[in-house]
Design a protein around this ligand. Structure first.
Ligand SMILES: O=C(O)[C@H](O)[C@@H](O)[C@H](O)[C@H](O)COP(=O)(O)O
Length: 230
């Protein structure tokens, strides 16, 4: 399936346009099915998107939100993706959305998998939209090329996997491709010249284990749109 590229003039335009696109998709899901589900990524890129999304007029009480991945830290930790989402997205009217956290407080992500899977099953599936980021090493969600658990996570039929990156901080919990691709639409949200070049490289044939973002870019089941700004 070909990947659609939306190149925006700058990051503010990207955030505004992608927020409007996501809101329209969620509104259509609510109209068709009574509720809608959204999977978002953490990291630095989505901060402006979260703020733009929070300002969208939507019946947020009908929206279910979770993360594509989470660092295994409490929400009081500066690296918590859930805290990022609560601070930048779940504000004002958007606070009415149902947020499902992946972190559950267990000692390790492996110990938290069962309870997180149960929580995750509250989200309507297929997800209406999954927004992925991409790291400079080609990881997406927390599917890191250097992690020992990568091959098993890529092949898993379970929705979640525990992953320990060797080059990034914190053990992680991540949605697997089995869950990420159980969606109506994928978005890859990236910014900067380096990520544009990496996206072009990942669009060339090659192993998903080398550049895990290929799980979204090189598959035939779910439409994938890449949203980029310099
Ligand atoms: O928890 C995380 O770190 C993310 O979900 C991760 O997959 C992120 O999307 C990329 O690492 C890009 O991060 P930046 O946006 O910070 O470059």
């Amino acid at each position: 399936m070909s990947v659609e590229l939306h190149a925006c003039p700058d990051r503010a335009a990207l955030d505004a346009a992608l927020a409007a696109e996501l809101a329209a998709r969620l509104a259509a899901g609510i109209m068709a099915r009574g509720s809608a589900s959204l999977v978002l990524s953490g990291g630095r890129t989505p901060l402006g998107l979260f703020a733009a999304l929070a300002a969208q007029p939507l019946d947020w009480s009908r929206v279910w939100i979770t993360l594509a991945d989470e660092r295994w830290v409490a929400e009081s930790h500066a690296d918590s993706n859930a805290a990022l989402l609560r601070t930048h997205l779940l504000q004002g009217a958007a606070a009415a959305a149902h947020f499902v956290a992946l972190y559950g407080g267990e000692a390790t992500p492996a110990l938290g998998l069962a309870a997180a899977s149960t929580r995750l099953s509250a989200l309507p599936r297929p997800f209406d939209a999954v927004v992925l980021g991409m790291g400079d090493d080609g990881h997406t969600a927390s599917l890191f090329p250097d992690a020992a658990e990568l091959a098993a996570a890529l092949a898993s039929t379970a929705p979640l996997a525990a992953v320990t990156p060797t080059l990034a901080p914190h053990p992680r919990i991540t949605l697997t491709p089995a869950a990420l691709l159980d969606s109506r639409q994928l978005y890859l949200h990236i910014a900067g010249a380096g990520k544009r070049t990496l996206f072009e490289r990942a669009s060339q044939p090659g192993a998903v284990t080398e550049l895990p973002v290929r799980l979204a870019l090189q598959q035939d089941g779910v439409p994938c749109a890449v949203w980029w700004a310099p």
